[in-house]
Design a protein around this ligand. Structure first.
Ligand SMILES: NC(=O)c1ccc[n+]([C@@H]2O[C@H](COP(=O)([O-])OP(=O)(O)OC[C@H]3O[C@@H](n4cnc5c(N)ncnc54)[C@H](OP(=O)(O)O)[C@@H]3O)[C@@H](O)[C@H]2O)c1
Length: 323
């Protein structure tokens, strides 16, 4: 089969298209013909081994798994022994961080992993873009403990995480202020926030409103800058570790003072989450935002684009061109 492979860590051009063996389908596995996948910031992190400690998981000197890719949507072509919840012909989607392998024509996924039936009526590209940013966003919202009737601000509402967070907060009935740049105001408004702030026209940290949650979905702020935006007991969360990885010690220390605090959510990926996103996509309450689409042969260009830090929402790889 055709796959995007990398045999060393580095910039986008360590990736090349090659012919490799199809994955084997062990007991409890589902073989999926991939129709669509994405290139996202998670793929970039593993490909470049940044932060460095990623190598502890993926191979110290060189990557153990040569085919990357986390999100997928496609059709089941075979199942291994003992598989009862999927059968050949089923349309499925999900998230495969750890085993990876979705940047290929076929991927083998554990039946009990983060895989579920496709949302009814959704195209493969939409479903493929529905789990990476959204699972970081949902993990953060669950860790923050945000609830209906509360107020949240999402900084970086244009990214995969931010655009999902705005929509998932509205599902929870939270009042949302979305912060983005002027060029993206219109489509961010369509995601349903109660208020949109253009960070190029005003300093969002000078906002007069106070929030139960400030979620920095692009890792460009600090707790110090955002502290005044929080209500007493309010929570600051970031998608990144912050300068000097400060969000880790702040997560440990700020709860001791029982006031405004930093929380750092360990992202969870499981079947329940994928099923949750499936139901939301199906009912139209969550719409994964797609920026660009590339064929698998042009995946290096997709990586280069994602690494500009300018993508809006998600970048899809069409492994099977849509008919
Ligand atoms: N290491 C990992 O495994 C990993 C995995 C996933 C995510 N992350 C982190 O999570 C963050 C978000 O990732 P993502 O995929 O959702 O999105 P992303 O690709 O990082 O975000 C891109 C969006 O952020 C906006 N942006 C850039 N600078 C901004 C700023 N100063 N203020 C407000 N918006 C800004 C950009 O639009 P404009 O510039 O036009 O405003 C663009 O639309 C990233 O920082 C990434 O490092 C890390």
């Amino acid at each position: 089969m055709k796959a995007a492979v990398h045999s060393r860590y580095g910039p986008p051009d360590v990736v090349r298209i090659a012919d490799v063996d199809e994955p084997t389908v062990g007991a409890g596995d589902v073989l999926v013909k991939v129709h669509a996948t994405t290139v996202n910031r998670t793929d970039c992190g593993y490909r470049a081994a940044k932060p460095f400690f990623i190598r502890l998981l993926t191979g110290l000197a060189r990557p153990r798994r040569q085919v990357l890719g986390t999100e997928f949507a496609g059709v089941v072509t075979a199942v291994g022994g003992g598989v009862s919840s999927f059968a050949a012909g089923d349309r499925v989607f999900g998230y495969n961080e750890g085993p990876f392998g979705t940047h290929a024509e076929y991927v083998s996924v554990a039946e009990d992993g983060a895989i579920a039936a496709m949302p009814e009526g959704a195209a493969f590209d939409v479903a493929a873009a529905g789990t990476e940013g959204s699972h970081y966003a949902l993990s953060a919202l669950r860790t923050a403990g945000i609830a209906a009737g509360q107020d949240a601000l999402v900084y970086g509402a244009t990214g995969a995480i931010g655009s999902a967070a705005v929509q998932l907060l509205k599902v929870l009935d939270v009042t949302v202020t979305a912060v983005c740049d002027a060029a993206n105001l219109e489509w961010v408004r369509d995601l349903g926030p109660d208020r949109v702030v253009d960070y190029t026209a005003q300093d969002f940290t000078a906002d007069q409103q106070r929030y139960d949650l400030v979620l920095d979905a692009v890792g460009k702020s600090t707790f110090g800058r955002c502290r005044r935006l929080l209500k007493p007991g309010g929570v600051y969360m970031s998608s990144d570790l912050g300068p000097g990885w400060q969000n880790i010690p702040l997560t440990l220390v700020t709860p001791l003072f029982r006031g405004k605090r930093v929380k750092f959510g360990v992202p969870v990926q499981n079947k329940e989450m994928v099923e949750y996103f499936r139901d939301l996509i199906e009912s139209g309450r969550f719409r994964p935002v797609i920026d660009r689409r590339y064929p698998l042969d042009e995946i290096v260009d997709a990586y280069r684009y994602v690494e500009t830090g300018q993508k809006t929402g998600n970048v899809v790889i069409e492994v099977v061109p849509p008919s």
